[in-house]
Every structure is written in C-alpha cells, then in structure tokens.
Ligand binder design. Structure first.
Ligand code: DAH
Length: 371
C-alpha cells in the first residue's frame, strides 16, 4: 500500500509558492483527502504527519508560505488552505474514531468484546448450613469451642455411657441402624452403629481430658425413620456441653434464653418444660413463641402458640462418673437441637424433604439471607 505523504511532500521553501505550483499541491492534497476514509491506523498516522505535521506537513508549509504571497492573493489562498486543513483534521479524527470502534468490537482473535458478558455462577450456602454456622457463631462468642466425633459410633458411647439402660427401646434394631460386623463376634457395647445423636461426643470430650468443658458439637445423625414431610433418616444436630465448678440450672436457662433471643430476636418468648433424657437430670425441653402466629395458635405450631427447639438438662451424675469426672466438684448442663427443624421454622419451609433435594429454584432463594 502506498504510504501517503513523504515522497510527495518535499520540503518546500515558502518562496517557491507560485500560483501554479500551489494549485498542483492543492489538487494532490484534495485527492489524498478523499482517501482518508479507507486508511488503516498506521497509514492514517503517517498521513497526518505528512500533511498536517508541524515540521514537515505539506499543508503546514503551504499555510506558512501564504505570508509571502502578494497581498491580493493572500486572502483567497489562506482561506482555501484553511478549509483544506479543517477538512483534513475532521477526516482524520473521523477515521480514527471509526477504527477505534471497530477495534473494540472485534479483538484480534475475532471475539466480539462489545457483547454483554455472561454472569459468573456463584453458589450459596445451604439453608441448614446457614443455621448451623449462625448457631455455632453465637456459642463461640460465649466461649464455647467446636468438637467433632465419628458418625460410626460404638453402642457403648452412643447409649450405655450416656446412662441408657441396656434394654432401652432406642437401641432396638428397628430404631437404630447397626453396622454389619462381618460375622466377627462383638463384645457387649462394642457393636458399631450409625450414631443416633451427637450426645456420644460429650463422652469423647470428657474422656479426653479434665474439666472445665465448653463445647458445641455439630454433626449428622441417623435413625431408622421414614422420609416424610417431618422426618428424615439422616439429619443434623448441634449438641452443647458446659461443665465447670458451680454451674447450675440457672446458667442453663440464662445461656439458652440468650441464645434463642440472639438467634430469633430480642423479644422472643421462651419457656422450659420438664422432660426426660437418661443422660440429664433434671431434663427439659425449650420452646420459643411461634414465629408464624405470634402465639395465637396456627397449623405449624399445632395450635399451641409454641415451637420446641431443643432438649436440655443438667448432666446426670452417672454420666460424669462414667467419664471419670467427680460430680461432687463439677456440674454442668447439656443441650441438643436439630438445625433442619430450626431452618424450617426460620425460613417457613413446609416439608423437610425440600432441604434434601438439590432443587436450585428452592436453594437459590437463600443466597441473600446468607449475606
Ligand atoms: N440427644 C437428644 C436427642 O437426640 C437431644 C438432647 C437432649 C441432647 C437433651 C442433650 C440433652 O445434650 O441434654 O433427642
């Protein structure tokens, strides 16, 4: 391609600007002006220097030479050259602009960069995970640490050390999922099962070292339960254990009430009802005012105005003794709750099975809640 400019723009002395040579120069420049719209970026730069450049520009030289013309020619020649200069400047700017637009639209590899981008896919936390994280965080701020235990547990830790009598119905084959020992004989209490609750981790924590203890224990537990709107054979629990000198039922009530109000709102009503668990004495269940009806009674709270959120109690002294902890010196409380149930109450989920399906239409709604 012919580079516009240089060879055809010899340095001209202004004194050589005769009328015929000026017309020839103007004709040449006008022809080049017409070509500007087809130049590429490099040719455009070269042309600009050759024609409009401060030192070598042909048009610049012609304009300077105007001053040397006889007075009667000056005005006309000056006007003509200025028009041409403005036309060049406009054409160069115009061409440069369209080259830039084209460059933005198509990169060198042929990708159209002007096309709107696709939004990056980001996951969200599962509603049950949101609830577990929040509960653990509240207890962490009260000085509890997190402890974990295995899902395949011994009968001894899951039941016997927790003061379940050996004939307790929870231990029946149709309530608990036992693991096949592969025909090997197992001593009493040594049978392996899928833990039915996170309470055996209390035993593991206490047998690991001396008191005091303040732990929360999140984990999955298994029961031989149907998969229906309010049951699942595998679900999450969060266990808590606090043992120290002088810990009383008043501490249990204070800590769990504080927890419920931080988790559900400062004005949440709470109540404790007497209950029974073999590993606590006394035992209680804690209810919170129903969030759906404000206490008036509705189907989710079965008309009572209350919803149960956890079981709790003072750790039974036999359990402490089973772990080598002296009940004359150390006392404390334990609690256990089900994050699925709590997530259902909190987010208004009517069927527990929604928490187990992978339906993105359901799960993606929790993105904003997780913050
Ligand atoms: N382990 C009990 C269950 O699965 C829940 C529970 C109740 C845990 C009372 C505790 C407690 O630590 O004190 O039903």
């Amino acid at each position: 391609m012919r580079l516009p400019g240089s060879p055809r723009s010899p340095r001209r002395s202004s004194s050589t600007l005769t009328s015929p040579s000026r017309s020839a120069a103007l004709a040449g420049l006008t022809a080049r002006l017409a070509e500007v719209g087809g130049l590429d970026a490099a040719a455009l730069d070269a042309l600009e220097i050759a024609v409009l450049g401060r030192k070598q520009g042909e048009l610049t030289h012609l304009l300077k030479a105007v001053a040397t013309l006889p007075l009667d020619e000056r005005r006309e020649a000056g006007a003509e050259l200025n028009r041409l200069k403005l036309a060049f400047e406009a054409a160069v700017a115009d061409r440069r602009n369209s080259l830039a637009v084209a460059a933005r639209a198509t990169s060198s590899v042929g990708v159209d960069l002007s096309m709107p981008g696709r939004e990056a896919w980001t996951g969200t936390r599962h509603p049950v995970t949101i609830v577990i994280d929040e509960i653990v965080e509240i207890f962490r701020s009260l000085g509890f640490t997190v402890a974990l235990g295995p899902e395949a547990e011994t009968e001894e830790l899951n039941f016997l050390a927790l003061n379940f009598p050996p004939d307790h119905p929870a231990m029946d084959m149709h309530d608990t999922l036992y693991l096949d020992a592969g025909g090997r004989p197992t001593a009493p209490g040594e049978r392996l099962l899928l833990r039915t609750h996170t309470s055996p981790v209390q035993i593991r924590v206490m047998r690991e070292g001396p008191p005091p203890y303040r732990v929360v224990i999140p984990g999955t537990v298994y029961r031989n339960d149907p998969f229906d709107p309010s049951h699942a054979p595998a679900f999450a629990q969060i266990e808590g254990l606090a043992i120290d000198e002088g810990v009383s039922f008043a501490d249990l009530k204070a800590v769990l009430t504080h927890f419920a109000r931080r988790f559900l709102g400062a004005n949440t009503p709470v109540r404790f009802r007497p209950s029974f668990f073999p590993f606590t004495e006394p035992s209680a269940e804690m209810d919170v005012g129903c969030r759906f009806c404000g206490g008036a009674g509705c189907p989710p709270c079965k008309g009572t105005g209350w919803m149960e959120i956890l079981g709790c109690g003072m750790v039974h002294e036999q359990v402490l003794r089973n772990c080598g902890v002296d009940p004359e010196r150390w006392t404390g409380y334990a609690f256990g709750m089900g994050p699925q149930r709590i997530a259902m109450q909190r987010f208004g989920v009517p069927d527990i099975r929604l928490l187990y399906g992978g339906d993105m239409r359901f799960l993606s709604q929790f993105g904003r809640v997780s913050g």
